[in-house]
Design a protein around this ligand. Structure first.
Ligand code: ACO
Length: 402
């Protein structure tokens, strides 16, 4: 019952915690992480079990509604999402306006924000029906937006969703299909992508989720809040890491494939270079998601006509780093994104789309956290304090005297 915020306010103290390393901004019943033990659970279910037995839409339901759905609940939910995959025709013009080489994350956040202008009937965060329909629209339309952003970047026509297909199959077809020749979804890729979306679905108060909550705490709509989350995720220290991992591996290969030399550069902090895909604010142990992804990488990459030499470099890097005191003493282990980029590449996604795939996965987490916050009576507008370090009071000097 002790309200620390109130005590500090009354006593005139503030906590100074850059990066919120040890500050809880909310209570939440959605995701549990034990960073020292490498444990991740959604609503109490271990990530390993969900990865093995569940599907992305089922996990989305679990995160947002708190329980695994019954068979009827799941089929009704799936059907509802399926009925909302189309974008308003006028939305297409947004995609036409962006330069061809625009980063798809920027297109994604802009399109999510724009989506809100088409649904002015569902902006009220405290109206249950409006929140329900916004939830379904967001989940249903994000894959369509993501594939349109991709099609725009390669100059191909956008494909309408095919609602006879499942969530991931539909996304793959809209992304890689061309009207003239059709598209056969590879079931191994579809299964792998579904699993990757599950692994990214929530991760408690990470940077993008905290952003969604902060924006939402001002009672902004779900569209406005999620759009902000997409922007936060675009940064290389967060969702952009999977893209950065691939750039790093390609750089190592271009420089002759000397993994040891690269690790030395990281340790010497040459040009501030970091081992991308390593380290995590919370995990001080092997990221449990990375372990699942590593196993899967072999499966997916095994389907390629010729093996990707970057996988070999990644495995060498991991082995060297895990045996090196620099990384061991700092508890730096591979995070979820160390191997995901390689899998996305094998599936045919260009590097720029990697973070977009992360956003598709993280969406139900953002929505679940936003909904939880909106229904929590303890929620207040997020408004951190600061420790002022500027000039003391001084008098204005007219410009002629400066
Ligand atoms: N390579 C080399 N050194 C590193 C790395 C890395 N990837 N990560 C951390 N360190 C070092 C830091 O230099 C620091 O060393 P020091 O104490 O000698 O100064 C120490 O480890 C602690 O690092 P911090 O930056 O304080 O850790 P923080 O919790 O702030 O950062 C982060 C976590 C951002 C993930 C960091 O590990 C990083 O930059 N990793 C690479 C980027 C990455 O993979 N991001 C994905 C995160 S997971 C996700 O979004 C899904």
């Amino acid at each position: 019952g002790l309200d620390i915020g109130k005590v500090l306010k009354e006593t005139g103290y503030v906590t100074y915690d850059p990066g919120f390393v040890n500050t809880a901004a909310c209570t939440s019943a959605i995701t549990y992480i034990d960073g020292d033990e490498g444990i991740l659970r959604y609503r109490g279910y271990p990530i390993e079990q969900l990865a093995e037995h569940s599907t992305f839409l089922e996990v989305s339901y679990l995160l947002m509604y708190g329980e695994l759905p019954s068979a009827t609940q799941l089929s009704e939910f799936t059907e509802r999402v399926r009925m909302h995959t189309l974008l308003h025709e006028d939305m297409k013009r947004f995609f036409e306006g962006f330069p061809r080489d625009a980063h798809p994350m920027a297109v994604l956040s802009a399109a999510v924000s724009a989506l809100g202008t088409f649904y002015q009937d569902s902006q009220d965060p405290f109206d249950n029906e409006q929140v329900e329909i916004s939830t379904v629209r967001m989940l249903a339309k994000l894959p369509t937006i993501a594939s349109y952003a991709y099609k725009k970047s390669i100059g191909q026509p956008m494909l309408y969703p095919d609602n006879s297909l499942g969530y991931v199959d539909n996304f793959l077809r809209m992304t890689f299909g061309v009207p003239a020749t059709g598209y056969e979804v590879d079931p191994v890729f579809a299964k792998a992508l579904d699993l990757l979306l599950i692994l990214h679905a929530d991760h408690e108060q990470n940077c993008s989720t905290s952003t969604v909550r902060l924006v939402g705490s001002a009672q902004a709509s779900l569209f406005a809040s999620v759009s902000s989350g997409v922007n936060a995720l675009s940064g290389p220290l967060h969702g952009g890491a999977n893209e950065a991992v691939l750039a790093m591996l390609e750089r190592i290969r271009a420089e002759g494939g000397d993994v040891q030399a690269f690790v030395r550069k990281v340790k010497d902090r040459e040009d501030g270079v970091r081992l991308m895909g390593f380290g995590h604010r919370v995990y001080k142990n092997y990221d449990p998601r990375a372990a699942i992804v590593k196993n899967m990488a072999q499966d997916v990459l095994g389907r390629m006509a010729k093996p990707d030499p970057l996988l070999d470099l990644a495995m060498q890097l991991e082995e060297i780093a895990l045996a090196d005191d620099f990384f061991v003493s700092r508890k730096l282990y591979p995070n979820v994104d160390f191997y995901t980029g390689l899998i996305y590449k094998a599936m045919g996604f260009p590097t720029k789309m990697f973070t977009v795939l992360f956003a598709l996965g993280r969406l139900p987490g953002w929505i679940a956290q936003w909904r939880e916050m909106m229904s929590d009576p303890a929620t207040k507008i997020g408004r951190p304090r600061q420790v002022y370090t500027g000039a003391p009071e001084r008098n204005f000097v007219p410009v002629t005297e400066r």
